[in-house]
Write a protein that binds this ligand. Structure first.
Ligand SMILES: O=C1C[C@@](O)(C(=O)O)C[C@@H](O)[C@@H]1O
Length: 146
């Protein structure tokens, strides 16, 4: 049975491809989900990809990953910069956590430079476009093998 990885995307990432394409690119979230699932198959992993605009829903999914998912990859969107609730939920999760940002948050406005989720993340990928999700999945595969 392949190990399950939960891939969470936060607010406004449902608009990927439409929203500020000069920053986030032209691929849609469905495009990303399909390239992630192709790579997952090559790596022998299963991915459950979920997106929500709601903080509490993301907290519920992180809690649900306890005992059911081997790892979490999360792009918390703007909640990265505000949500202690998401950090607390991740702190209650035992497996590896990788944080992805499509854009390089450190090159952008000062309010994007700090991420609460980074206090828990085992790795952070920022500024690699949607390839960041694939890089995170490869890293997750090696963490889960180790
Ligand atoms: O919604 C997002 C997307 C983002 O997480 C990224 O993927 O680059 C960066 C955040 O600052 C922003 O609020």
């Amino acid at each position: 049975m392949p190990k399950l990885v939960t891939l969470l995307n936060g607010p406004n990432l449902n608009l990927l491809g439409l929203r500020q394409p000069e920053i986030y690119g032209h691929e849609t979230l469905d495009d990303v989900a399909s390239k992630v699932s192709d790579l997952a198959e090559d790596l022998g992993l299963a991915v459950r990809a979920l997106q929500s605009n709601h903080e509490g829903q993301l907290v519920d999914w992180i809690q649900a990953a306890r005992g059911t998912s081997a790892g979490i990859i999360i792009n918390p969107g703007a909640y990265s910069h505000t949500s202690i609730a998401i950090l607390d939920a991740l702190n209650a999760y035992d497996g590896p956590v990788l944080e992805v940002h499509i854009s390089n948050i450190h090159k952008r406005e000062a309010f994007r430079h700090h991420s609460y989720v980074s206090h828990r993340a085992d790795g952070v990928i920022a500024g690699c476009g949607t390839d960041g999700y694939l890089l995170a999945l490869r890293r997750m595969a090696s963490l889960l093998k180790a």
